[in-house]
Design a protein around this ligand. Structure first.
Ligand SMILES: Nc1ncnc2c1ncn2[C@@H]1O[C@H](COP(=O)(O)O)[C@@H](OP(=O)(O)O)[C@H]1O
Ligand SMILES: [Mg+2]
Ligand SMILES: [Mg+2]
Ligand SMILES: [Mg+2]
Length: 396
């Protein structure tokens, strides 16, 4: 059945037609301009993590470029079986090395700490040398395609060091970058959705997030069109605390301020969940949706592209209930969480508690993650708790 989740385009509140960091004026659609050096703008920019945001956008966009190149080669190759994990490994490591290199290069004066998914252990072994060579080549090719780093050539040792920058434990104090170099590995292998997800923690709070989603259509998606063969794909979402969420195309188009769906009618609210049943209990989410009265079937896509799509109002709910014993990692949610929150959404665990990113590499939470808008959250929480209770009593 062909279902389009949203009948309207993402809510456009304002747009900036040239690069935001280079622009002197903030221009609304009605051509009303506020000089960026006005007292108001200065007050906002002093708390806006401006330099960090510019660096994070540059890093995530370059990483996405590397991933796209690898995914294209993977999908075009007749020889490479899709079950062969080596291409995704190369892209994961390459993306992590690139993000680490760019952040250090762009923000040289601050101590650098990063909590990231990958480490260089396997690449330091004899058996990893060929892969390391390929990653180094890929990173250098991608850097040289970006004018500002054309003089930089990384050695294999530089790449290993850049990857290992991600070993930080994070925690409640100081600044830590949080990186998932490819979120949605399984989607990446299938040729579906994936994301490079980068966030900044400041004293335990997520204050900045960037999501690069190379395969996400610029137009709203539903269960039938996550591929959008006709439309343009490749979205970059970004947020800083207190400043809202913006989307632009990865190709660098006009900037759009986005916001979550404002529906309070759960019958109209469709929901996102993992494509992989191993990552989230589809039977439980379907029982929650039924209790809420949701009519549309779930939209199943990989990665934090779900948070991005939700932030612009494609659908109104994201439900994630991993199998018992699974511990969520901070890099799987930090960027997505601020992108949705700054677009007006709410992200909690199944008990209604905000996610706590200050406890190190893991998110210790009460059973599951739920995301929606402010109006729907009370009825969603109620449905979640009823469904969980029902599940517990049926297993007793
Ligand atoms: N058994 C499990 N339950 C829940 N999440 C899991 C899982 N095994 C892996 N994951 C996480 O799910 C992420 C993908 O999420 P989604 O299902 O929304 O696409 C993976 O990120 P990576 O692909 O970065 O490893 C991984 O961290
Ligand atoms: Mg992940
Ligand atoms: Mg990953
Ligand atoms: Mg992984």
């Amino acid at each position: 059945m062909a279902i389009n989740l949203l009948k309207t385009a993402p809510k456009v509140q304002s747009s900036i037609t040239s690069k935001p960091s280079a622009s002197l004026f903030f221009t609304t659609r009605r051509s009303f301009s506020v000089p960026l050096y006005s007292p108001l703008a200065l007050a906002v920019s002093s708390m806006s993590y401006e330099k960090e945001l510019a660096a994070a956008k540059k890093a995530a966009s370059l990483a996405a470029r590397l991933c796209q190149k690898v995914q294209k080669a993977l999908l075009q190759s007749d020889v490479q079986s899709k079950s062969d994990r080596s291409p995704v490994t190369v892209a994961d490591y390459g993306s992590q090395a690139l993000v680490s290199f760019v952040l250090e290069r762009e923000l040289p004066s601050v101590p650098f700490s990063m909590v990231a998914e990958e480490d260089s252990g396997d690449l330091r072994k004899e058996s990893g040398q060929e892969t390391l060579h390929r990653i180094t080549e890929l990173v250098n090719e991608t850097l040289s395609s970006e004018g500002s780093y054309s003089a930089s050539t990384l050695t294999a040792e530089d790449v290993l060091r850049a990857i290992d920058n991600g070993k930080s434990e994070g925690g409640p104090t100081g600044r830590h970058w949080v990186l998932d170099p490819i979120d949605g590995t399984k989607g990446f292998l299938r040729g579906d959705q994936y994301a490079t997800a980068l966030a900044l923690l400041d004293d335990g709070k997520v204050v900045l997030g960037v999501l690069a989603c190379p395969n996400l259509p610029l137009e709203p998606i539903g269960s039938s069109n996550q591929h959008s063969p006709l439309g343009d794909v490749g979205c970059l979402f970004f947020s800083t605390v207190g400043a809202g969420t913006y989307m632009q195309s990865l190709a660098g188009s006009t900037l759009t301020k986005v916001s979550v769906s404002t529906t309070e009618n759960s019958e109209e609210a469709s929901f996102f969940e993992s494509y992989e049943a191993a990552h989230s209990l589809h039977d439980l989410t379907s029982s929650i949706a039924q209790k809420l009265g949701v009519k549309a079937p779930p939209v199943r896509i990989d990665s934090q592209a779900k948070y991005g799509a939700l932030s612009r109002g494609d659908g109104a709910i994201y439900l994630r209930f991993p199998h018992k014993g699974y511990r969520e990692k901070i890099w799987d949610h930090a960027a997505g969480c601020i992108v949705v929150r700054e677009a007006g959404g709410v992200v909690t665990d199944a008990a209604g508690n905000a996610l706590d990113f200050s406890r190190g590499r893991y998110l210790d939470l009460h059973e599951g993650i739920i995301v929606t808008n402010q109006r729907l959250m009370p009825s969603l929480l109620k449905a979640v708790q009823e469904a969980l209770q029902q599940r517990t009593s049926s297993t007793l």
